[in-house]
Design a protein around this ligand. Structure first.
Ligand code: DQA
Length: 147
């Protein structure tokens, strides 16, 4: 089983970015935890982060036929990107939308997700642990035949 972990804009700043909201762990910590979790479950995981919307859209667009599922933290593009939503819909792969913070406890503009309706599941508010939980959940969903 091959999985893709995508992280969106500003997540490369994890560790120093608003630590009261996102904690002190780095993107490398999150990717390592996701990779370890995948390996423990017999899956392979590729990781990619970009601040550029089009690069994320292209990665999702190239995922079909290569990956069995996607974990994506679209970051701010969650709340704005029709293009990312359309890419996820076109990919026809099970995707889990992940957020470090509980966006429903934050500003109203973060309560809307353009991408959640085209994902099989959404996970938020677990901080670093969410990266392990999302991979574990995605593997279980794929094994259960999720699309
Ligand atoms: C985030 C939540 C988004 O609202 C925000 O724009 C981010 C990170 C999270 O992981 O909690 O950049 O996706």
């Amino acid at each position: 089983m091959k999985l893709l972990l995508l992280n969106g804009p500003n997540l490369r700043l994890l560790g120093t970015r608003e630590p009261g909201i996102y904690g002190r762990f780095t993107l490398a910590d999150a990717e390592a935890l996701a990779r370890e979790t995948a390996a423990r479950l017999g899956a392979e995981l590729d990781c990619f982060q970009s601040d550029v919307e089009g690069e994320l859209v292209s990665k999702v667009g190239a995922a079909r036929g290569v990956y069995d599922g996607i974990v994506i933290n679209p970051a701010a593009y969650t709340h704005t990107s029709v293009a990312l939503r359309d890419a996820l819909a076109a990919a026809e792969l099970p995707a889990v939308e992940l957020h470090i913070s509980n966006t429903h406890r934050r500003e109203a503009f973060r309560h809307v997700s353009y991408t959640a309706p085209v994902c099989v599941a959404q996970l938020m508010g677990f901080g670093l642990t969410g990266y392990a939980l999302a991979v574990e959940g995605l593997v279980a969903l794929i094994q259960g035949g999720a699309r």
